[in-house]
Write a protein that binds this ligand. Structure first.
Ligand code: SF4
Ligand code: SF4
Length: 62
């Protein structure tokens, strides 16, 4: 499988926490304000978090 070279950004997060429960690589870290912060070294761009966010707050940037 060839990994894409893009990355995920967070915009408009409502702090539900769902994304952190689906990431298979523990790449979404909880910040002090409860919004996720993505560890780009751990993220393999599987897109699970992008698909699960009810607010479309995780956006894939190429
Ligand atoms: S699933 Fe979306 S709204 Fe919920 S914490 Fe993650 S980025 Fe924020
Ligand atoms: S794209 Fe996949 S690996 Fe990256 S933060 Fe989201 S769920 Fe985790």
């Amino acid at each position: 499988m060839v990994l894409s070279k893009g990355y995920i950004v967070v915009s408009g997060c409502k702090k539900c926490g769902r994304c952190r429960t689906v990431c298979p690589n523990s790449a979404l870290k909880r910040t002090v304000d409860d919004r996720p912060k993505i560890d780009h070294d751990l993220c393999d761009r599987c897109m699970l978090c992008v698909r699960c966010c009810p607010n479309k707050a995780l956006i894939y940037m190429e």
